[in-house]
Every structure is written in structure tokens, then in C-alpha cells.
Write a protein that binds this ligand. Structure first.
Ligand SMILES: Cc1cc2nc3c(=O)[nH]c(=O)nc-3n(C[C@H](O)[C@H](O)[C@H](O)COP(=O)(O)O)c2cc1C
Length: 54
């Protein structure tokens, strides 16, 4: 539920700033932790990429 709240707020703020945002819930957990440099420290639940709309 908390990550859903964070996702909703990210979407709302992205729209307010004229940005695009999607949610990604399927990814290789360990590879994401390695890329972020947080291996073993945190559990990744959600990826919220931000970008410029087409
Ligand atoms: C809970 C949730 C999880 C999602 N996970 C993925 C995902 O893992 N991979 C993916 O391609 N899209 C995922 N989506 C869909 C994307 O967020 C997005 O809506 C989709 O890529 C369509 O984008 P578009 O309308 O810009 O083409 C998920 C959507 C929700 C609501």
C-alpha cells in the first residue's frame, strides 16, 4: 500500500511538471539492487521511471 501511495504521488507530481511516468513492477530484483549499489541492503518493490512525454 505504501509503495502504491508513493507511485500515485509520483504520477501526480510528474503531470504537474509536464513529465511522463509509468510504473514497473516486474524486474530482476538482485540486478536492480546491484545497479543502485544497494545490494543486500534494501528490497526493491517498484521502479518509477520519469521522462519527457512523446
Ligand atoms: C502495478 C503495475 C505494474 C506494472 N508493471 C509493468 C512492468 O513490469 N513492465 C511493463 O512494461 N509495464 C508495467 N506496467 C504498465 C506500465 O506502467 C505502463 O502503463 C505501460 O507500459 C503502458 O504504457 P504506455 O501507455 O505509455 O504505452 C505496470 C502497471 C501497473 C499498474
Amino acid at each position: 500500500m505504501e509503495v502504491g501511495h508513493a507511485g500515485q504521488n509520483t504520477h501526480l507530481q510528474a503531470v504537474a511538471l509536464g513529465l511522463a511516468n509509468v510504473e514497473v513492477g516486474a524486474f530482476r530484483d538482485e540486478e536492480v539492487r546491484i545497479v543502485l549499489g544497494v545490494a543486500g541492503e534494501v528490497k526493491t518493490l517498484y521502479i518509477l521511471p520519469l521522462g519527457k512525454p512523446r
